[in-house]
Write a protein that binds this ligand. Sequence first.
Ligand SMILES: [Zn+2]
Length: 212
Amino acid sequence: MAEDWIDVSVPLRTGMGHWPDNPPVLIERALDIEHGDAANVSKLSMGVHTGTHMDAPVHFFPTGKGIDSMPLTAAIGRARVIEIFDPVSIKPEELRPHLIQPAERILFKTRNSSVCWQTNDFVKDFVYISSEAAQYLAEQKIQTVGVDYLSVGGFFKDGPETHHALLGAGIWIIEGLNLSNVRPGLVELICLPIKFEGSDGAPARAILRLVN
Ligand SMILES: [Zn+2]
């Protein structure tokens, strides 16, 4: 029997944590039945790199593809959840034993999942993909990588370098997953970013279920 789908996206709400120089999330009623309007209609203001979202190459490469050009198969299909025990960053030494193969979709579960989504404050010391590990993933020619906080690169270190290595290698990036309810192993993944024309990123709903 197939296991149930697990929602690994984080809820979007006013005041939630975001990257420090990115816009805050503000969701409010533009029309409100309580105020005499015929319907409730919400209005949304936020950066596209907040909550669960995907990055497109144009995020770091001015002539790169936008999120609407993502092949749907990049984020739909078999994926592998790999648990990372390093409390600081993801390094090639911890990845090598996992024998990562070309075209894989890899999701990293770190301590971020259980720590970072508990607060509305931005967590600066989240576990990130070191530029060396990003280079390693590029060499393995994976298709997609997912991480469980707001950036593949660190706040203090390897931000642009890690993005360049991954996006430059044509790897699609999912950020902001909450994998706390997922055990490592093979999964079926569905993650669909909203189709903003030419956008450097877009919020996404991501769900997965374990493959027996
Ligand atoms: Zn992003």
